[in-house]
Design a protein around this ligand. Structure first.
Ligand code: UD1
Length: 426
């Protein structure tokens, strides 16, 4: 398995082009199951998770074509056509690689009246149940059985509209139910829905396909079911987590980066926290310019929350930055338990962090030192890359397949901005 070798200390400068968002692209691809006509997605990132889902969709009968001549820089165009659903079972071997595979459940049962999906795997960041997805489908009239590690959903006469009140905010459950309700008979209302920009992006595609969705981006989404959906073209929104990660890279290395295509309107809490910690952010015609103030970085307190709060997917990256900031910081992780797996690795690099339950206390140190470390989950892996960029000496990161799931052309982008980073076969 490949490793990343980083020799830290270089201030990053120049431009980084932000890719299409992984977390938007995955549900958008699943929406193709809802129609027999082609769905064309532009600005798709080149990532392992995208390939994994494309393979699963292909297994279900979706013809997946990558448009010819799509270079690296501009993102890819993918055509997905589910003219016939060949199989309504998403098998364990395909689902275990990626938790987001559960997003095929809603569209499949909505279109075919039956779906069998293996219970998902994915990042090991705590016990991530899917009860909200299943209860929501039951509210739309599906019968749900769990057996042998599989969920089987059945709605012989099709789904019917219903009112769903989510007891807690779930991005994936909101997406699954929004897709399922689009083909249900009658009107559905999702209350306490997730408000993430990726939800709004999915609603835009579904509406372009002929769905009748209002309120996406707010906590109450109304979906008037339609009999069928049609072809559509859709550009994937920029990746706000990738942009946030590179913003931290600029600040922590004392550099300045132009993040091309980054959208400040989707990154409010991240940018506010960066500013509070001593970062500067300027809007440009092409995106954002970010770096650290001359005064340097200082400790702040952060609590992860559903959008528009501070994203859990930025928690590990900010922790690294705060580990080198002046003073103490407290980070409370309220979304996922067990999402501090980067802490022992950062400690190996000289960070001073103590964890008590969902709360991490970080006391800033002057210097992080390069060390061999191991990547655990996707965002934790990025935090180790950032630590390596800011550390004195050499950091070797193993198990980097997590990074390939979520960061497009990571070394290439960082290298072009002046980082000393290379991938070596183990
Ligand atoms: C999505 C993102 C992930 C991000 C997370 C929170 C994708 C592909 N992934 O994941 O990067 O970290 O949102 O912003 O978009 N929960 C339940 N029951 C359920 C579903 C969720 O209890 O049926 C809990 C989870 O365990 C977690 C919380 O709800 O504690 C939020 O999870 P959710 O928003 O569903 O995350 P994902 O959609 O899996």
């Amino acid at each position: 398995m490949d490793k990343l070798v980083i020799r830290g200390g270089n201030a990053l400068t120049g431009q980084i082009k932000i890719s299409g968002a992984k977390n938007a692209a995955l549900p958008l691809m699943c929406a193709s199951l809802l129609t027999d006509q082609p769905v064309t997605l532009h600005n798709l990132p080149r990532l392992a998770d995208i390939t994994t889902l494309a393979d699963l969709l292909n297994h279900l009968g979706v013809e997946v074509t990558i448009a010819a001549g799509n270079g690296n820089g501009a993102g890819r165009t993918m055509l997905l056509r589910a003219e016939n659903i060949a199989d309504t079972t998403a098998p364990y071997d395909m689902v275990r690689k990626m938790r987001a595979s559960i997003l095929v459940l809603g569209p499949l049962v909505a279109r075919e009246g039956v779906a069998t999906v293996s219970l998902p795997g994915g990042c090991a960041i705590g016990n991530r149940p899917i009860d909200l997805h299943l209860k929501g489908l039951q509210q739309l009239g599906a019968e749900i059985d769990l057996a042998d590690g599989y969920v089987r959903a059945k709605a012989a006469g099709g789904l019917k509209g219903g009112k769903i009140h989510f007891p807690m905010v779930s991005v994936g459950a909101t997406e699954n139910l929004m897709m399922a309700a689009s083909l249900a008979r009658g009107t559905s209302i999702l209350e306490n829905a997730a408000k993430e920009p990726e939800i709004s992006d999915l609603a835009r595609l579904l509406n372009a396909m002929g769905a009748k969705i209002t309120g996406a981006g707010s906590e109450r989404i109304t979906i008037e079911g339609v009999a069928s959906l049609r072809a559509a073209n859709h550009p994937v929104m920029p990746d706000r987590i990738e942009a946030g990660s590179y913003a931290v890279a600029a600040a922590i290395t004392g550099g300045t980066l132009d993040l091309l295509g980054a959208r400040s309107d989707m990154m409010g809490a991240t940018l506010d926290a960066l500013r509070e910690a001593g970062g500067f952010i300027a809007e440009t015609a092409q995106g954002l310019t970010v770096g650290a103030d001359k005064a340097g970085l200082r400790g702040i307190n952060i609590k992860t929350q559903p959008y528009p709060g501070f994203p859990t997917d930025m928690q590990a990256q900010f922790m690294v930055m705060l580990a080198k900031a002046d003073g103490a910081s407290v980070i409370s992780e309220t979304i996922f338990e067990n999402r501090f797996m980067h802490v022992p690795e950062l400690a190996r690099m000289g960070a001073d962090i103590t964890v008590a339950g969902p709360v991490a206390t970080i006391r800033g140190v002057k210097v992080l030192r390069g060390a061999p470390v191991m990547a655990t989950d996707l965002r934790a892996s990025m935090s180790l890359v950032l630590a390596g960029l800011a550390a004195d000496g050499e950091t070797v990161i193993s198990r980097i397949y997590h990074l390939d799931r979520g960061y497009e052309r990571l070394e290439e982008k960082l290298k072009a901005a002046g980082a000393d980073i290379e991938r070596v076969p183990a």
